[in-house]
Design a protein around this ligand. Structure first.
Ligand code: ATP
Ligand code: MG
Length: 344
């Protein structure tokens, strides 16, 4: 898959309609600080996930002087072209070929993979950011996963509400039954995914890398015992504690991930080492994506040349010649097939 072009209007610094075309290989968007490079990647990302990769509200994305934005794009997949759009006027909507759709609908056809050079340091040390990253990874290769996460969130929200306002054990046990099913499904998928991506990254990129996944209960292992009844009995075992804390203490929203390099947390390495090894995890993911979907995601890399020396920067450019990359930098670079220069 690749994105052929994008039209942006009323979005961040692009007040008036702007149109950008991309090639299906290596694209570079370059220009001075504040010229709108990250904004273009953000617009592409919103088409895939209905939200920004930055922690902003939708109306903060509206240009200061606009009261609506739209993003229109043409995407090409196996020589078939289709249109993906996003707009915000009163509400936010996503469209696929003119029909309103949701994120799972888009995810089957278009999957932007975003790597940010400005926040990978905090990403590596944040449990919730890593959880979101790996959830998006799993969703990319298993579309139904996003619906399971949404259902899980609804159930855990209801349970939390009860724990705070009406902690009736009989009622809570009813919610636990439903919760156990989702915990089982999601935890299994996470265990399985992390095992596979670890194998892939070790085999191909760096044998010292290991992502460690710790489910919220130490009883959750991928073995024959890991069944709904077992999850339910763990949930029942902590019910009293949960009523006391007025909060769930077991659930997939509490799962932890940490990345290790040679048995030492990646948090403790240099900035360039962090970036390179995180990039290896992304590359391993691209391999998995390719083998499951027989296509590449669209790889968006913001400030691609920050914090890495020339040799390491080449890792990105030389791997996957057939994948569309849209990278940004303040500098131009001759190694790209196509460049877009932005002016303030
Ligand atoms: N809602 C908004 N309305 C108008 N302008 C905005 C809005 N949000 C952000 N901007 C401005 O848009 C400009 C483009 O920001 P962007 O982050 O895309 O720049 P960039 O080219 O990636 O810069 P850098 O090289 O510093 O990363 C900035 O000047 C920013 O202040
Ligand atoms: Mg930027």
């Amino acid at each position: 898959m690749f994105i052929e072009n994008i039209e942006i209007s009323g979005f961040r610094n692009f007040k008036n309609k702007k149109f950008f075309s991309f090639t299906n290989s290596k694209n570079l968007i370059h220009g001075s600080n504040g010229s709108g490079k990250t904004t273009i990647l953000e617009a592409i990302y919103i088409l895939g996930f209905g939200r920004s990769f930055l922690n902003v509200k939708k109306d903060e994305l509206l240009n200061n002087e606009s009261d609506e934005f739209f993003i229109n794009s043409s995407v090409n997949r196996n020589q078939l072209e289709f249109k993906i759009s996003a707009s915000l006027n009163k509400n936010f909507s996503l469209f696929l070929d003119g029909e309103k759709t949701g994120i799972p609908g888009i995810g089957r056809k278009f999957f932007p993979l975003f790597f940010s050079s400005s926040d990978y340091v905090s990403l590596i040390s944040s449990r919730s950011s890593l959880r979101k990253l790996f959830d998006r990874f799993i969703f990319g290769i298993e579309n139904i996963y996003s619906s399971e996460l949404i259902e899980y969130k609804k159930v855990i929200r209801n349970k939390t509400y009860l724990l705070k306002h009406n902690p009736d054990p009989a009622h809570l046990k009813g919610w636990n039954k439903l919760l156990a099913e989702y915990i089982l499904k999601i935890t299994r998928k996470r265990i399985d995914f992390i095992r596979k991506i670890n194998n892939c990254v070790k085999d191909k990129y760096n044998s010292g890398i290991e992502i460690r996944y710790t489910p919220s209960s130490s009883d959750f292992f991928y073995n024959d015992e890991f069944k709904p009844d077992m999850v339910l009995s763990v949930l029942e075992g902590v019910l009293e504690k949960e009523i006391l804390y007025k909060n769930p203490v077991v659930g997939t929203h509490l799962d932890k991930y940490e990345i290790f390099l040679n048995e030492r947390s990646l948090r403790l390495y240099s900035s360039g080492e962090k970036k390179l090894n995180l990039l290896f995890i992304y590359l391993a993911y691209i391999d998995m994506f390719l083998s499951v979907r027989e296509e590449y995601p669209v790889f968006l890399v913001d400030d691609y040349d920050i914090a890495m020396d020339d040799e390491n920067t080449e890792v990105l450019m030389s791997n996957y010649p057939a994948m569309q990359v849209i990278a940004t930098s303040v500098r131009n670079n001759k190694n790209f097939d196509s460049t877009i220069k932005l002016k303030h």
